[in-house]
Write a protein that binds this ligand. Sequence first.
Ligand code: CDP
Ligand code: MG
Length: 138
Amino acid sequence: MQRTLSIIKPDATSRNLTGSINARFEDAGLRIVAQKRLCLTKALAEKFYEVHKEKAFYDSLCEYMSSAPIVVQVLFGNDAVAKNRVIMGATNPADAEIGTLRRDFGQNIERNAVHGSDSPENAEIEIGFFFSQMEIVE
Ligand code: CDP
Ligand code: MG
């Protein structure tokens, strides 16, 4: 069993898609073991996406991620990191498989509905960015 960090991004929370997205996780056998809705400051978004700071899209991404509420969550289950990446689909909604979150709910490569950790190691770092152990109930 494994944990991964998921974020329902501003484009999705503002279209009231939290419940629809959560149903996809639960239908796929992932358990939402922690969840909260919050607003990132631009500085916090910059810290969270620090690995991308040299990328051309970094400033716009951080501006967008701090533009409206997000829902951060810990998903728990068998092979959760890889499983969530499959549920999410490719980064660009236009390239994502039909039936994935990004294809069905994303608007463009930036406003792509959800974030998911890319490795178990990064998952633990990203979970620690948002949650204390007491807030995660498996
Ligand atoms: O989110 P994912 O791991 O699939 O992609 P990433 O390469 O880690 O990029 C992080 C986020 O930056 C993406 O989810 C997009 O929101 C955004 N991005 C963008 O705006 N333009 C790109 N060319 C690539 C990513
Ligand atoms: Mg990534």
